[in-house]
Write a protein of this length. Sequence first.
Lengths: 162, 768
Amino acid sequence: MPTDAMLDASALRAQRADDGGLTVTLGDDNYEGVKVRRAFPLESPFEFIGLFASDGSEIGVVERVGDLDTQTAEALREELGRTYFLPVITDIDNLTEAFGVLQADIETSSGSRHIEIRGYRSKIRILSSNRALIEDAEGNRYELRNYHKLPRITRKILGLGM
Amino acid sequence: MDLVEPISDEIEECLRHTLKSGELLMVLLTADLSPDGRYDESYLVLTQERLLVLHPNGISGPEVEDIPLSNIAKVQTCNYVGSGALIVDLPGQTQEVVRFSQGNYFKFSAVPHIVDAALAQPTDGAEAETSSSPPRRVEHCSTCGRALRPGSTVCPNCIRKTETFWRLFSYIQPYRGIALLGFALTLMMTALTLVPPKLNEILIDDVIVPVVTNYTQVVDGTPKQVLTPEAPKIPPPETVKLLLWVVGAFLCLHLIRALVSGIRMWTLGWLGQRITYDLQTEIYNYLQFLSLSFYSRHSTGRIMTRVTTDTERMRGFITSGFQDMVIAILTLIGIGIMLLWMNWELAILALLPTPLIVVGTMIYRHRIHWVFHTIWRRISVLNSLLADTIPGVKVVKTFAQEDREVERFDRRNSELRVSRMESVKMKAVFLPSIALITSIGSVILWWFGGSRVLENTLTLGELQAFIAYMVMFYGPVRDLSNLSDQLESAATTAERVFEILDTEPEILDLPGAQDPGCIEGRIEFRNVSFTYDGFARILDAVTFTTEPGEMIGLVGHSGAGKSTLVNLISRFYDATDGEILIDGVSITELEQRKLRSQIGVVLQEPLLFQGSIADNIAYGTPRATRAEIIAAARAANAHQFIMNFPDGYDTEVGERGGRLSGGERQRISIARALIGNPRILILDEATSSVDTQTEYEIQEALERLIANRTTIAIAHRLSTLKNADRLLVMDKGQIVEVGTHKELLATKEGVYRRLVDMQTELSKVRAL
């Protein structure tokens, strides 16, 4: 099976262009306006990063961002941060449930929000390492880390293990 | 199936005279219709030399029709509507030899095969064929002869209930300490329920009555207790002390009851959940080891019911039903003893309504059972109507049939309402009647007991205790009226679950089965025949060999046996006759799981499991690295579209992969088949349910993948098999043509050529 899509970390250079886009140099090839996509955004956000040229064709996959030189890694991390927005919930307050709708005030890595979760049993997805992905009624998503450390009643309402 | 059925002495005697020495009885079946369609028995006898038909109602004993096998050109069964017949082709004529009702069709359908075998091997072919004779389509109980439920061998009439219950209770064995504690607490609860009436008796006779008697004055000629709220009396200190004791005893009793009840609920709950967990785990584990044939005999719904509802019922019986029964029996005994001990004459009077309650309850339960049965049936009818019309609402609207559907629903809903009202009416009659009978018992007691109190032969406290015990007595009486139903239901449920656990997997690894190691991929079919039902030959003496790395295309009409053939390579079923070899070793000598790990299968309708795309690709190889998952997806032309999903490989596919399109599911299933790097690849209509663009992408991926793997591909679109090294054309379970696409096209009258021509014509018509 072909595995040649994995890019050689030592041959890859990336930097921000003046227009804010990402420029990637791979050996003699130069790509501008490169898009990044995570293969495993929820389970392994800084491994297996797909790089796509501006015409949509795949340049290849970076196996580990940590293997790249500092500047390239930094540029990629920045681009990933711009492409993927997934606030991390740091606190949950005033969690209530009525008629199948959850309401809560949450503190996130990006600020505080009031959220509603409809049909919440299908909108809360358990991830590995005691993490959960929560999708609110408007389709916004949040990551909840270490949910096992939440108060028992909160876990019970969210259906995250008893 | 036994093809030699029991016969009457008269027929046996007749046969003894008719059969020659050394003539082997191969078939003896009873037919139940006369040629003019009346119920009348006749017997079909087959030996290695002839076919005999015995008609028992001849003038001088049974008439015998004798047809030598050498005269028979062909035997076949003919299926009419509601009946069937066995037809024999003789020189110059066709003769109907026996006629039978529909229920007997299946057993007679085995006869033509056996006759064919007898004609082919007149001496020793019989035994082999008889041993592979078909099973009955409708199974009957071997003890009582009742028809069994489809897919079940459990006869509710003949279950050995004692054995079943012992086995059922064996699930308690690992937790016997907890079970005994629960049982002891149950006994304690029962004993505690008997105490309050006795305390009441003490309260009335020893505390209240002796003091209150002093407050009695004659008012208007009648002695009455006259209250003096303005000047409360001071009761004797010893009476107050006794009141305190009794009240204290009541308080302690309630505290102990609450405590015992709580511990009992926890204990039985724990026990119940452990038993449910053990049972469900045991059944599910066992289901994983059962062969595919088990799943084709049992519907998914039925298997799910065994794992969920039936195990829950078993838990209910062990932890609740059984305990309630014990409580009821003990309560009855306890109260009976108390009543007789207190006053045997009153006890007999008190128990007078009991037979009425028992009989009334039994009649009610019998009648309401059928009403409930009707209600369940009508609910099911209503549900099936909803299941039809709600998904089909587009059709309803298209034909503007909304009113008709509303009317149809209304009619069925009315029927349901009527049957529900029937149950309401029965309850409205039964429950007040029982209450009335119980009250009549109390009235009788009040009269006779009250008279005794007035005669001073019974205390007021005793009478009150009597009435309290009597009220407590009738509850268990009603419960026990249903005892046999409960036991039967529990036994049948348990037996159905045990039936699964007792099913022997048909495909088993032989002792000393070999690990095939890394196979080369040489597949050899030697004269392989296969039948699912023991009768219809889906594969008939199939012989072919594929070399390692060769690509074989399997072509043929629907039902030609193509999918069955590939199922046999994976050893989902064992061949009925013949042998299949992988790298020269019979697959029955190989460890099936190791063999299957080297076979990649892509089906027409790929089934994905709930979870992420990555989980699904790595399903057969859970330790696959992320790099391997991406490589497999890339090879299956799936990487591009997966990366376009916001969650990439972490995307949830939904139930059965429902959030993805057919083509996406198919490419993921190809990646799943490839990740283990199988040596044999089976593609069963892998591209037939996708659009042309997707088919092109899948085809492109497949062509890359079949290199260096033995590939067997089934496809209806013959163009997809053009590059196969060889094509095997199947018809009616046999390989009728072998060759490359070009070679087979050159055969003008060939099956393949005809199929290609038909598809070309069809393409032209579609293009118009």
